[in-house]
Design a protein. Structure first.
Length: 134
């Protein structure tokens, strides 16, 4: 059963599922009390959502950046962060696919600055998406 679920998650036509999503953003260079933020929400995700599931990609500092060049290896899917405009920002996202949980980490180094940070998304399956939500 686990192999069937894992194969479905790896499929590009993976049906939408409802997940409880926890997003943690970590900035190791900041003071301890500013270092981490965590949010929680319920979201319907598909395989195509993996490239846009990190909320930080919507921030103005990462405008023109996107995840591409998907690479699959067993239960791991990875992407390279590519940014237009030549500002030197780089990064990589790695997703670990399990039967009832998907965990992805996006590591980013902002170009022109010696600043690195990460965003980790943990999605726990809750079942099928409500009708009309996808």
């Amino acid at each position: 059963m686990l192999l069937i679920i894992a194969a479905a998650l790896m499929s590009t036509d993976m049906p939408a599922h409802l997940y409880e999503v926890t997003t943690e953003t970590g900035m190791p260079h900041l003071e301890e009390n500013l270092r981490y933020t965590t949010t929680r929400e319920k979201v319907c995700l598909t395989h195509q959502s993996l490239t846009t599931a990190f909320p930080v990609l919507n921030y103005p500092a990462l405008q023109g950046c996107r995840l591409q060049d998907e690479l699959r290896q067993a239960d791991i899917v990875s992407y390279t962060l590519v940014c237009a405009g030549g500002h030197g920002t780089t990064g990589q996202a790695v997703w670990h696919m399990e039967a009832k949980r998907i965990t992805g980490t996006l590591n980013i180094k902002l170009g022109g600055k010696n600043m690195t940070f990460y965003q980790r998304v943990t999605a726990v399956s809750l079942g099928e998406c409500p009708a009309g939500s996808v």
